[in-house]
Write a protein that binds this ligand. Sequence first.
Ligand SMILES: Nc1nc2c(ncn2[C@@H]2O[C@H](COP(=O)(O)OP(=O)(O)O)[C@@H](O)[C@H]2O)c(=O)[nH]1
Ligand SMILES: Nc1ncnc2c1ncn2[C@@H]1O[C@H](COP(=O)(O)OP(=O)(O)O)[C@@H](O)[C@H]1O
Length: 207
Amino acid sequence: MVHGTLYIVSAPSGAGKSSLIQALLKTQPLYDTQVSISHTTRPIRPGETHGEHYFFVSEAEFTRMIREECFLEYANVFGNYYGTSREAIEQILSTGVDVFLDIDWQGAQQIRERMPQARSIFVLPPSREELDRRLRGRGQDSEEVIARRMAQAVAEMSHYAEYDYLIVNDEFNTALMDLKTIIRAERLRLGRQKLRHDALITKLLAD
Ligand SMILES: Nc1nc2c(ncn2[C@@H]2O[C@H](COP(=O)(O)OP(=O)(O)O)[C@@H](O)[C@H]2O)c(=O)[nH]1
Ligand SMILES: Nc1ncnc2c1ncn2[C@@H]1O[C@H](COP(=O)(O)OP(=O)(O)O)[C@@H](O)[C@H]1O
């Protein structure tokens, strides 16, 4: 069985990474690509569903999961804990499915250390003004929260050079095409193709 690829996607809040991942998933069958659902101690927002956007847990539960080494990575982001379940990821990858992690730069660093074969993608907005517009356009945050997010965005973006790929999400469909191109190229790597086309290669090279 060909092992799936783990993709890390990071971006400052509002750059459009959730929109890109969701649009990508719509074009890929579930047996090819899935997105990991993180655990978080952040309060649930209106419109969010437990087990769909996140698994919303208490700090006591999160601390227990850290102690029992349930997380492949975890980090404190904007004062709340977020973590990726080790068991879920390993199980999905072992069935040959590619998995996307929407995580911050701290989580990305931990994954790179533990799974050097993972691929990482950073998404940048086309300008600070546009990032500000997109945050406001979501209609989700107060003026104070937007100012805080803009400051945090600069801190997150300062880590862009640690990633394998960089996408500027200006025109949405172009950025989506860039994301699909990365995945397609990764699937065409020799190691993966050799396993996938083992029978064909054997036949072609037979005496
Ligand atoms: N390290 C880590 N970061 C995560 C995880 N899940 C989400 N994040 C990051 O936490 C940040 C806040 O996410 P969220 O609460 O959904 O808020 P929003 O994306 O800013 O609206 C984003 O940068 C996410 O990429 C995770 O499991 N691990
Ligand atoms: N290329 C784009 N052009 C214009 N608006 C965009 C683009 N990509 C995303 N958006 C919008 O920007 C807002 C933030 O996108 P979202 O995917 O929630 O960001 P993130 O997950 O990075 O926080 C959303 O309202 C989304 O519809």
